[in-house]
Design a binder for this molecule. Structure first.
Ligand code: IMP
Ligand code: MG
Length: 192
C-alpha cells in the first residue's frame, strides 16, 4: 500500500488505520541507515544497545544489514502504562550492561517524542564510561516546542501524531503490522 492511502482496516481491535510510512519505504531507509552506520564504525567493534520493546522490529532488520563486528545489549524502557497515548516522561527504565565500558555504543530506539527516554539512556550509558555514544532512531516526531536531543542516525521525521506498527504499539497491540500507521485518537482531531 502506498503512503498516505486512507482507511486501511487493520483487522485488530476493529480500528481503521492510515499508512504513514509504508513497509517498502522503511526497508529502503533501513538499508541507507545501515550503510551510514557501517561506514562510521568500519574496522571497529560496536555495542548496539536496543531499547525494548518498540525498537524490536527495527533492530532486527538493522543489525542484519550491518557487516561489522557487533555485540547486542538490550534494555527495557516504558513511557506508557496501558491504553494511553500521553507520554509524561519515562515510567521505567532497565539497567545498562557493564559490558559497554570502554566500547563504542550505539543506542537504537524506535521513536523520539518528548526525548526524555533517549536523554535518560544517554546519561546512563555515559556513566559506564564508554569510548563513544551515538544514537540511531527510526522516527522523530516534529515538535518544535520540545527540546529533543540530537540524533546521529535518523530514519524519518513525522508529524506529531500517535503511530503504530513496525514494532510500535498502543496498549501492546499492533507491533506486528509491517507498515507504520497513524492511530486515530478518540477526542483528538487528526494532526492536533
Ligand atoms: P519519549 O521519551 O517521549 O521520547 O518517548 C519515547 C518512547 O515512547 C518511545 O521509545 C516509544 O516507545 C514511545 N512512543 C512515543 N511516541 C509513540 C507513538 O507515537 N507510538 C508508539 N510509541 C510511542
Ligand atoms: Mg520505546
Amino acid at each position: 500500500m502506498a503512503d498516505g492511502d486512507a482507511a486501511a482496516p487493520s483487522g485488530q481491535a476493529g480500528t481503521i488505520l492510515r499508512v504513514v510510512v509504508s513497509a517498502e519505504r522503511i526497508h529502503r531507509r533501513v538499508d541507507e541507515l545501515a550503510a551510514s552506520i557501517a561506514q562510521c564504525y568500519q574496522g571497529r567493534e560496536l555495542v548496539i544497545l536496543g531499547v525494548m520493546t518498540g525498537a524490536l522490529v527495527f533492530l532486527a532488520d538493522l543489525i542484519r544489514r550491518l557487516p561489522i563486528n557487533l555485540r547486542l545489549s538490550l534494555i527495557s524502557a516504558s513511557s506508557y502504562d496501558g491504553p494511553t497515548i500521553c507520554s509524561n516522561g519515562i515510567k521505567s527504565i532497565g539497567e545498562v550492561s557493564d559490558m559497554i565500558e570502554g566500547r563504542d555504543v550505539l543506542i537504537v530506539d524506535d521513536i523520539l517524542d518528548s526525548g526524555h527516554t533517549m536523554r535518560a539512556l544517554i546519561e546512563q550509558v555515559r556513566r559506564k564510561d564508554p569510548k563513544s555514544v551515538r544514537t540511531c532512531v527510526l522516527l522523530r516526531k516534529v515538535r518544535p516546542s520540545v527540546d529533543q536531543p540530537a540524533v546521529d542516525f535518523l530514519g524519518f521525521e513525522i508529524a506529531d501524531e500517535f503511530v503504530v506498527g513496525y514494532g510500535l504499539d498502543f496498549d501492546n497491540l499492533y507491533r506486528n503490522l509491517p507498515d507504520l500507521n497513524a492511530l486515530p485518537c478518540p477526542g483528538r482531531p487528526e494532526g492536533a
